[in-house]
Design a protein around this ligand. Structure first.
Ligand SMILES: Nc1ncnc2c1ncn2[C@@H]1O[C@H](COP(=O)(O)OP(=O)(O)OP(=O)(O)O)[C@@H](O)[C@H]1O
Ligand SMILES: CC(C)(CO)[C@@H](O)C(=O)[O-]
Ligand code: BAL
Length: 285
C-alpha cells in the first residue's frame, strides 16, 4: 500500500494508473476507521481496478471548535486496517496541501442545504462540498463512495459532481450497524458506558416510526411521539426528527400522499452531552 502526502505525488500515482487503463475508486474519510468505512472500501474494491482512501480531518466542516479538537485520531491503526482491506494507496494530506495560504474558494450547493444538518450545523455542508470537490479533483476517480448514514452529504456530493461535470459516479453505501443497531460512527468512541446503552434508541425510534407510518398513523403524531421517546431515553436535545424525500429532501407531512410517505426516509440528529449522533432509515425497508 502506497502512502502519498503531496498532491504532486498523488498526480503521478493516478497518472500511472490511468496510463495502464486502470479504473480507480476513492473512499474519503476523516480517519478513526470502523467497519462502516471498510464497507465503502469493499464496495470500491468490487467495482474498480484500484482503490485510494483519503484521511483528512477537514477543519472547514466543523461548526464547533470543541468537536474538532476532540475528533478521534488513530492513523497507525487506520493504515493497518486499510492495508488489510486491500486498499492500493492512501492520501494523507496536511492542511496546507488542501488549503494553501490565500485559499478563498467555497463550493456551495444552493439546493437541499436549508434543512437537517445543513440548517443545524452552519457552514458544515459548504465545508464538506468544498473539501470533497478538492479531493475529487486531486484524486480524479472513476467512482467515489459515501455512506448513506450521512444521507444529506451524499445527495449534496452527487449534485456537486453533476453540476460541475466532474465525470465521477457518486455511489451511496447502506449504513453499517452494531448488533444493537447503533449506526457505526467515529464519534461513538466518545460515548461513555451509560451513553452507549442509550444510543441505539435512535434506531429503535426510527424503525417504530416506519412501522407506525406503514400502519397508517399520522406523520405529526408519530414524530411527536418519537421526539419525546428520545428525550425520555436520556438524550438531552433533538436537533431534528423529520420525514423527508430520498430524492431531494422535500419535507413529508400529513398532506403528502401515501406513496410519498412510504417512499421517504426518517432523519434524526440528537445530543448526549457534547456528542451529536445522526441516523436515518428508509420507511419501506
Ligand atoms: N456506519 C456507517 N456505514 C456506512 N458508511 C459510513 C458509516 N459511518 C460513516 N460512513 C461513511 O464513511 C465516510 C467517512 O465518514 P467519517 O470519516 O466522517 O466517519 P464517521 O463515522 O461518519 O464519523 P463521524 O463521527 O464524523 O460521523 C462517509 O462517507 C460516511 O458516510
Ligand atoms: C466526506 C468527508 C470525508 C469530507 O471531509 C466527511 O464529511 C466524512 O467523513 O463524511
Ligand atoms: N461524517 C460526517 C462528517 C462530520 O460529521 O463532520
Amino acid at each position: 500500500m502506497i502512502i502519498v502526502k503531496s498532491k504532486r505525488d498523488l498526480k503521478s500515482l493516478i497518472g500511472s494508473w490511468k496510463a495502464k487503463g486502470e479504473e480507480h475508486g476513492v473512499v474519503m474519510t476523516m480517519g478513526a476507521l470502523h467497519e462502516g468505512h471498510l464497507a465503502l472500501v469493499d464496495a470500491a474494491n468490487k467495482d474498480n481496478d484500484r482503490v485510494i482512501a483519503t484521511i483528512f480531518i477537514n477543519p472547514r466542516q466543523f461548526d464547533n471548535k470543541a468537536d474538532l479538537e476532540t475528533y478521534p485520531i488513530d492513523t497507525n491503526e487506520d493504515l493497518r486496517k486499510l492495508k488489510a482491506s486491500g486498499v492500493d494507496a492512501v492520501y494523507l494530506p496536511q492542511v496546507g496541501e488542501i488549503y494553501p495560504v490565500g485559499y478563498s474558494t467555497t463550493v456551495s450547493v444552493a439546493d437541499m442545504q436549508d434543512c437537517l444538518c445543513g440548517a443545524t450545523r452552519p457552514g458544515h455542508m459548504d465545508g464538506v462540498t468544498t473539501v470533497v470537490s478538492k479531493l475529487l479533483i486531486q484524486t480524479n476517480p472513476d467512482r467515489a463512495y459515501y455512506g448513506q448514514k450521512d444521507f444529506q452529504q451524499f445527495l449534496l456530493i452527487q449534485r456537486v459532481a453533476r453540476d460541475l461535470d466532474l465525470m465521477v459516479d457518486v455511489i451511496g453505501v447502506p449504513t453499517i450497524r452494531e448488533e444493537d443497531n447503533l449506526a457505526l460512527s467515529s464519534r461513538n468512541r466518545r460515548l461513555n458506558t451509560e451513553q452507549r446503552k442509550i444510543a441505539p434508541t435512535l434506531f429503535k425510534v426510527e424503525s417504530a416510526i416506519a412501522d407506525l407510518l406503514i400502519q397508517g398513523e399520522a406523520v405529526d403524531h408519530v414524530l411527536e411521539w418519537g421526539r419525546n421517546y428520545i428525550l425520555e431515553a436520556g438524550f438531552e436535545k433533538v436537533d431534528y426528527l423529520e420525514l423527508r424525500s430520498e430524492e431531494n429532501l422535500t419535507l413529508i407531512t400529513d398532506s403528502s400522499s401515501k406513496e410519498e410517505r412510504l417512499s421517504s426516509r426518517v432523519f434524526v440528529a440528537a445530543w448526549m452531552g457534547n456528542i451529536r449522533l445522526i441516523d436515518n432509515l428508509p420507511i419501506s425497508r
